[in-house]
Design a protein around this ligand. Structure first.
Ligand SMILES: [Zn+2]
Length: 532
């Protein structure tokens, strides 16, 4: 027997063999049960989730010679012919290659003749959104006056490209992207049948690589089988698939959390040089971060699509504050979206890794505050700085002993430039925070203005505020009141009417109604102006 690729060998032939897609199955079975077969169906869903396979099964069920209890026999001539795509009554067309109006006319003409061997003539049009406008119009005429016993099954990955006039004449069946666990379950079954030994991590990796597509998951498994034969282990699987290993994802995550800019960039550079797809890498990192958050919260078992992370890595990552995770996760989502839009992905990722490190740095202070040792070091350096400065600027003064709390400057010398100089010397987390802000001092009132929402949040914490006050009082002989402002320009913009208008406009342009309108009339709206 000739060799069949896995996706063909394990292509489902009965309703029972279909993986996932419970909703689609329920609807299709109910048509058969009630003997009410629609003239036109739309199967929509992403690639490789089983649309054409299920279309064939449906065609077999309504045509099988030896149907029992509404179940197909799988062995009669009709079933066999449909499975082998040789049936004269069940015709598959790939609109991606036959999108011309002539081909559609041929189909329509042939739909006028009644079926030869089967009760129903079935046309399965794959990638139907690729049809030209004229072809859609021709199809529309047929759908408006459907032939008795003719069924059109239109499969598509992009339903929004199908004219509403067509959509309104079809029964819509939605196919869902498969969950990681159902992909793994299916892969496990196939590996058992093929006598392949494979570890859990490899199964998990294949499922992650195939993003919800059964066909892709079998393709990936096949790729591994070709190189590794009947024994697949995770380290080999990663090499072949060019997947970023958990170890690298762990390292780069840790470096982000620790604000190690240099190490982060080196990590990414080695990933880039090894030829790994950068967007895919950000996606993996995003997945890793997401999963780490769930592990940290201890609910990893209750959530779908969590990647396996080694216990040692989890224990290490658990040390970090959930807030840092959340913020980095949020930024990574934005970065991933930007990846699809840029011409220069490497620069984009580099600049964002730096940004993420700086952000984590501002958030990373809790750890430092809690560590007595580090705290003492900061105090020591503070005292040293005070001593040195005393010597150089106030040499007249005798009695070198400086007590810890002795202010360095008299109250009237508290001003912006003196403060900034002192913050430079201090160089601790608090001083870094303050230096990133715009500071204004009037007598003993101090206004700290930041454009960064995150820093604003940190500065407003009671403990933080008290610390800052203490620091300043230790340097300047003055008690002060502090007010923290957030002059985030972006926020202001977002609140403005113009911004809201633009946002609404963008949403309208992206809406399905507009897309359908553009498609139907072959037109485009250039702009919408605000009535002033
Ligand atoms: Zn049959």
């Amino acid at each position: 027997m000739s060799y069949k690729v896995l996706s063909r060998k394990y292509r489902p032939k009965t309703f029972e063999e279909v993986v996932g897609q419970e909703n689609a199955l329920t609807v299709l079975k109910s048509f058969i049960k009630t003997d009410s077969i629609p003239h036109a169906l739309i199967f929509c869903g992403s690639r490789g989730v089983g649309k054409t396979s299920l279309a064939r099964i449906f065609a077999k069920t309504i045509n099988c010679n030896e149907l029992r209890d509404k179940k197909i026999c799988v062995k009669c001539s009709v079933c066999n012919e449909i499975d082998e795509n040789k049936s004269l009554d069940v015709i598959e067309i790939d609109a991606a290659s036959n999108n011309g109006v002539d081909q559609i006319r041929e189909i329509i003409e042939s739909s006028n003749y009644s079926s030869i061997n089967c009760p129903y003539k079935v046309f399965i049009v794959d990638e139907v959104h690729m049809l030209s406008k004229a072809a859609f119009n021709a199809l529309l005429k047929t759908l408006e006056e459907p032939n008795k016993n003719t069924v059109f099954i239109l499969a598509t990955t992009e339903v929004e490209k199908i004219p509403p006039t067509i959509l309104s004449r079809c029964q819509m069946i939605n196919f869902k992207t498969l969950s990681k666990s159902s992909l793994i379950h299916n892969l496990e079954n196939i590996c058992n049948k093929e006598k392949i030994s494979i570890d859990k991590n490899s199964l998990s990796l294949i499922a992650e690589e195939s993003r919800g597509s059964v066909r892709d998951s079998l393709g990936v498994l096949e790729q591994l089988m070709t190189s590794l034969n009947k024994s697949i282990i995770i380290s080999d699987a990663r090499k072949i698939l060019g997947a970023t290993s958990d170890q690298i994802l762990f390292e780069i995550s840790k470096n982000l959390l620790e604000s190690n800019i240099k190490e982060c960039l080196t990590n990414y550079d080695s990933i880039y040089k090894s030829g790994f797809d950068s967007k895919k890498f950000i996606h993996s990192l995003l997945n890793y971060f997401r999963s780490a958050i769930y592990y940290k919260l201890g609910i990893e078992n209750q959530i779908e699509d969590i990647i396996n992370i080694e216990e040692s890595q989890i224990n290490e990552l658990k040390k970090y504050d959930i807030e840092i995770f959340e913020n980095l996760f949020d930024q990574l989502i934005k970065l991933y979206e930007m990846c699809g839009k840029t011409q220069n992905i490497k620069f984009l990722i580099e600049s964002n890794l730096i940004k993420l490190c700086l952000m984590a740095n501002y958030l990373n202070f809790d750890e430092i505050i809690n560590e007595e040792e580090v705290n003492n070091k900061i105090r020591q350096s503070q005292e040293d700085a005070v001593k040195i400065n005393k010597k150089s600027t106030q040499s007249k003064e005798t009695g070198p002993t400086i007590k810890k709390k002795t202010p360095k400057f008299p109250a009237n010398e508290l001003n912006e430039s003196n403060l900034i100089k002192e913050l430079d010397i201090l160089n601790n987390e608090n001083s870094k925070l303050l230096k990133s802000c715009d500071i204004k001092i009037q007598k003993n009132k101090m206004t700290i203005d930041t454009k960064n929402n995150l820093i604003y949040k940190i500065l407003n914490e009671k403990v933080r505020l008290a610390e800052l006050q203490d620091t300043i009082e230790e340097i300047f002989n003055v008690s002060i009141t502090m007010s923290i402002l957030n002059s985030n320009e972006l926020d202001k913009v977002e609140d403005s009417d113009d911004f809201k208008f633009q946002e609404k406009k963008d949403k309208l342009f992206e809406s399905e109604t507009m897309k359908n309108l553009f498609n139907t009339f072959d037109c485009r709206v250039l702009d919408i102006e605000k009535d002033k």
